[in-house]
Design a protein around this ligand. Structure first.
Ligand code: ADP
Ligand code: MG
Length: 232
């Protein structure tokens, strides 16, 4: 498989009231095409800092990021506009990015149909369950056809039951759409069930403690999601 992202010898220091703090220390990993890689580490270790460097929101103190392709970012909160319909929420995102093309609109329509949200397109976010809202947020991220998805603790605001359902849904969608993804979490079972490889980070300053390959899903046979009621 081709490498789509390579992170090499990444260091990041911040300055705060107490002076300089070391947050990332010699971070190395590679993401292959079609792979889901999880960054697993305790809260405050520097996971979001890594993603912020990948999106170029932050500059590393030193090190290299070699990236082929474009990135889509999915946040912890869904950030849906409550006074806009589901369809508007997605197309407004396209408008802001100046990417409201017929191609992207038809991609959105197809995604909504495939993932059981078409009948909800004219409803408002508050009429949807937490899991469905998260699926809308994922479709919004997919609307511009990114090569790599970055997911920063996307399920942590959900209750346990919903989290199990939606993490499985999100996994299937990423796989069905053939995307590469980096998932950030502090939840070990989420890391194992959702990814091909897991990069384990230490407490701050984050260093790579170990990297695991996971082959549990080798013979998976993915089908479109079934319509079902996700608990609120
Ligand atoms: P995680 O996502 O793993 O919970 P973060 O990457 O958000 O951790 O933060 C890692 C550490 O860096 C934390 O101690 C945090 O307080 C610190 N930090 C993050 N952003 C900044 C910043 N802009 N300025 C100073 N310190 C920061
Ligand atoms: Mg974080």
């Amino acid at each position: 498989m081709k490498t789509i992202l390579e992170v090499k010898d990444l260091y990041k220091n911040f300055y705060n009231k107490e002076g300089e703090i070391e947050v990332l220390k010699n971070i190395n990993f590679t993401l292959k095409e079609g792979e889901i890689l999880t960054l697993l580490g305790p809260s405050g270790s520097g996971k979001s800092t890594i993603l912020n460097i990948l999106t170029k929101l932050l500059q590393p103190t030193s090190g290299e990021v070699n990236l082929k392709g474009n990135i889509g970012y999915m946040f912890q909160k869904d950030h849906l506009l409550e006074w806009r319909t589901i369809m508007d929420n997605i197309t407004i995102g396209l408008e802001i990015q100046k990417k409201k093309t017929p191609e992207n609109i038809s991609r959105v329509e197809k995604l909504l149909k495939t993932y059981d949200l078409w009948d909800f397109r004219n409803m408002y976010p508050k009429e949807l369950s937490g899991g469905m809202r998260q699926r809308v947020a994922l479709i919004r991220t997919l609307s511009v056809n990114p090569d790599i998805l970055l997911l920063d603790e996307p399920f942590s605001a959900l209750d346990y039951q919903t989290r199990l359902l939606i993490s499985d849904d999100v996994y299937k969608i990423i796989r069905n759409e053939g995307k590469s993804a980096i998932l950030v979490t502090h939840d070990l079972s989420e890391a194992i069930s959702m990814s091909d490889s897991v990069v384990v980070l230490s407490k701050r300053p984050a260093t790579v403690k170990s990297t695991y390959d996971i082959n549990l899903r080798q013979n998976e046979n993915l089908t479109p999601l079934q319509t079902r009621k996700v608990p609120d």
